[in-house]
Write a protein of this length. Structure first.
Length: 591
């Protein structure tokens, strides 16, 4: 008998004409792993919430959800509470939102077996400590007494997985559990889930838009589109020969680090448009007379029409560096030169014309767009600031033209941000930045939260704009498959330092720094026959307040030597790549 049997599941909301989930049927056996893939709005998360009995009260649900022979659709709250946590557990996408900020990690884990009367308080604490160790949090006593905000993103996600597993469930529902994580932490979390499933024969329903994650972690895959199942079967068979054109489109949109870049080579005669020299940034630690060095002296240049990608794990200083370049943060040292003119260090000191030349697109468009403003007002606002005398007809024409350039019709001008999809909202954010015709656009994880085909469309927009106008891009990302497609050069940062800087082809063919190789090794490949992250990068990024002596990466590096523990490596040019590694000249890290 199947552990989970879903038949003709339909979910409707009165405000929508189309069902969120339409007659969906599938099954999961004990120990099975089913991946659910599809773009935003496909109904993936709605399905997961229905399994857990967590849909809002105004949702209309029909069909059958049978778990171990028990009907869950329409089940009373008491029955659902008994099953949640002990028989079915859920790992949510954002651990920061899922964990209670007012309770320690230990209290949150301890309460689960106690609430289900699996054991007493003393044993519950022992179970919680043991589970923290099981999910790879070695300093479990400290973690037990820590609050969520005191942990890194990867540590919070491990704790959340521990909370899901502590009741020894038969089925784990994981909804985009690694989307917001760095590629190295993602590899660690996925390997942890595989190991825990193998040890306990736990079944898993893994929801994601990353086909590489599905390929390496699920025996079967279910493809959804607009609430319906369009294909379901063995992962290898579907990846090799999809029967649905929609599935084929999703697979074609999956980026690969070994594929050729989609950008044209940059002509060597392009002028330098942005020059950053010796930029450093530090912050005060509240309540202490201690400075946290977020960015140590960094120098870089950007030519006209060039894309320089900045990669590295959370805490490496990517966003801080970008904000300092834009003048949004005061630097401790360093200069920014734009088209030969040295800029003032902070934004208020820069002229309006200078501010116009540097624009930014943020990671979450819904947070960066004013929810009370319509699309027309959002996109036209920068022109009202920089060209206050522009006539109304010319203003409207400029907005219409800009929206058309990013693939949005005039029908969108009167919509509010909440009426847009993620991809549409990001196009509006790009329109707002580009309408003033900047020389440099900073994209901070601008496609991180987007589905494959939508992400590809946004990248196409940026490439087209770059080709037509000579726009230069600083592209911050933790997705190296995206970086492979969009960048001319790659800059790798770790704990505020530059570890490697080289051209795209050389970086992806022969990285020079062990950290760069670890980042590349952690990228999941959309191929069920390939293996990835069998040896994921161990450990967590060290604290900026107490970085390791010597090379800051040496505690996590399998190739470190005694010198790495004592001396910070200087940046040197090796084979056309600038790299900060004592062993760079002798190591061959080629693919």
């Amino acid at each position: 008998m199947n552990l989970l049997q879903v038949d003709e599941l339909t979910i409707r909301y009165a405000a929508s004409k189309e069902p969120a989930v339409d007659r969906l049927s599938f099954s999961i056996e004990a120990g099975d792993s089913l991946g659910v893939v599809g773009e935003s709005g496909a109904g993936k998360t709605q399905t997961a919430l229905a399994l857990m009995g967590l849909l809002p009260a105004h949702a209309e649900v029909s069909g059958s959800i049978r778990f171990a022979g028990t009907e869950l659709a329409g089940a009373p709250p008491g029955l659902l509470r008994q099953i949640r946590g002990t028989r079915i557990a859920m790992v949510f996408q954002d651990p920061q939102a899922a964990l209670n900020p007012y309770l320690t990690i230990g209290d949150q884990l301890r309460q689960i077996p106690q609430a289900h009367r699996l054991c007493g308080k003393a044993e519950a604490k022992e179970r919680a400590l043991a589970m923290l160790n099981t999910v790879g949090l070695a300093d479990q006593h400290r973690i037990y007494h820590a609050y969520p905000h005191q942990l890194s993103g990867g540590m919070r996600q491990r704790a959340l997985i521990g909370a899901a597993l502590i009741g020894e469930p038969d089925l784990i529902v994981a909804d985009e559990p690694t989307t917001s994580l760095d590629v190295t932490v993602q590899a660690q979390i996925l390997r942890l889930l595989r190991e825990l499933r193998d040890a306990s024969n736990t079944a898993m329903l893994l929801i994601t838009h990353d086909l590489g994650v599905i390929a390496g972690n699920c025996e079967r895959v279910l493809v959804m589109d607009r609430g319906r199942m369009i294909e379901c079967g063995m992962t290898r068979a579907i990846y090799r020969s999809p029967t649905s054109p929609r599935t084929a489109t999703l697979l074609a949109a999956a980026l690969r680090i070994k594929s050729k870049p989609l950008i044209a080579p940059l002509p060597p005669d392009r002028a330098t448009v942005l020059q950053v020299s010796g930029m450093s940034v530090s912050f005060d630690k509240y309540g202490e007379e201690q400075r946290m060095n977020a960015v140590l002296p960094v120098s870089l240049s950007l030519r006209e029409g060039e894309t320089l990608a900045i990669v590295g794990e959370s805490g490496s200083g990517k966003t801080t560096l970008a904000r300092a370049i834009l003048g949004l943060l005061p630097p401790d040292s360093g200069t920014v030169t734009l088209a030969g003119k040295r800029l003032s260090p902070t934004l208020p000191e820069r002229t309006r014309a200078e501010r116009r030349q540097l624009q930014m697109v943020f990671q979450d468009p819904q947070s960066s767009l004013n929810p009370a403003m319509r699309v027309f007002d959002i996109v036209s606002e920068p022109l009202l600031v920089h060209e206050p005398g522009k006539e109304k007809a010319a203003l409207r024409a400029a907005v219409h033209d800009m929206l058309q350039r990013v693939g949005l019709s005039r029908a969108f001008i009167d919509r509010f941000p909440h009426e847009l999809s993620g991809g549409q909202a990001q196009r509006v954010a790009i329109s707002r930045a580009l309408i003033v015709q900047p020389r440099v656009l900073v994209c901070d994880e601008a496609v991180a939260a987007l589905d494959g085909s939508v992400r590809q469309e946004i990248l196409d927009v940026l490439r087209a704009e770059q080709q037509n106008t000579g726009l230069s891009l600083l592209f911050i990302s933790h997705d190296l498959a995206v970086v492979r497609q969009i960048s001319h050069r790659v800059l790798v940062m770790y704990l505020g330092r530059v570890f490697e800087l080289g051209d795209n082809e050389t970086f992806f063919r022969r990285p020079r720094h062990p950290y760069s190789k670890a980042l590349l090794n952690a990228v999941p490949l959309p191929d069920p026959d390939s293996t990835f992250a069998d040896q994921p990068l161990r450990g967590e990024v060290a604290s900026l307040l107490s970085p390791p002596k010597g090379c800051p990466f040496h505690p996590r590096c399998d190739l470190s030597i005694a010198r790495c523990q004592d001396a910070v490596p200087e940046i040197e040019n090796i084979g056309g790549t600038r790299v900060a590694c004592h062993r760079a000249a002798e190591l061959d890290l080629s693919y």
